[in-house]
Structures are given as C-alpha cells and as structure tokens.
Design a protein. Sequence first.
Length: 177
Amino acid sequence: MVIFAGTQLLGFISDAEAIENLREIRPTLRFTASGAITATATVLALMLTLLSFSQNADRKLRGYHYDRIWWIARFSAGVFIAALLLLMMLNVPINNAEETLAGAYKTVYFVLLIYAALIGGSLITIILLLYQAARDIIVIAHPDRTASGLYADEMTDEEHQTKRERERMRPTEESSS
C-alpha cells in the first residue's frame, strides 16, 4: 500500500525518468532483498528451536500450533527464494540493457516496486505468525498463566458442546435401530 501510494503521488513518468528511478532504487532494493534473505534464514533456523521447545512441552500441543509453524516455514522459504531472485535480477547491469529494454523501463520499474512490496508484505505476515506462535509459547511457559485451549488433551467450549450434542444423539440412534 505504501509503495502504491508513493507511485500514485509521483504520477506519470517517462522512460527517461523510469531509468533514473531504477538507478536510484536499486541500492534500496538490494538492501531490502538482503535483509529479507537474512531475516527468513534466521526465522527458519529459529523454527527448529520452536519445534524443539514444542516437542519438549509437558503436554502435547494442539495441531494448529504445528500448522502455524508449518505456515511460517513455508512463507519464510518462499520469501527467501523471492528475495534471492530479486537480488539476482538487480545484478543485471542496466547500462548494458538500455537498447534492449527501450520503452519497457516503466514496466520494469513498476514490476520491481510491486515485487518488493510483495516481499515486504510477506515479511509482515511472517512476523504476525511468529508473534502468535511466540505468544502461545510464552503462555505455556509462564508460571502464573494457564494455557487452557493450547493443549491437545483439553477441549474448547465448542468441542464440549459438540461432544454433548453427540451424546444426546446416541440414545436416539441406538433406539431407532
């Protein structure tokens, strides 16, 4: 959204302005891609620690905790690959491509901006998922809090209600047969 708003404020740009903008944003995009690669590689390594902690918990955790870790790992791997591709694209020398890309600089400029925005948005998603996982682990480890609903052997109110409904239905089913 931030990048889209910024480009709308710039308005229409010519090919010459697009070439200049490409030269100006390349260092920033390199920094963004390098940061995303570092962040996602670190997150993937830390997921192993989180998994180890989860496995060593006194009681078995609910499946959605492990599903969240799986999604964090997927997003991290995808962003890692996307950022690496962006970094490789930025290593193509623009000066050598001026004749080949004539007329397409605006498109390349906006594609790179959108690509960087998607990487940034994906990193935000990863951070939010990490926050939720960390919050749950903190609740489990906290000595003064109860982690009700986080353990696999505890039923939520919905599950209790579903179980009661099933139990009410059983005698009817058995008497009808």
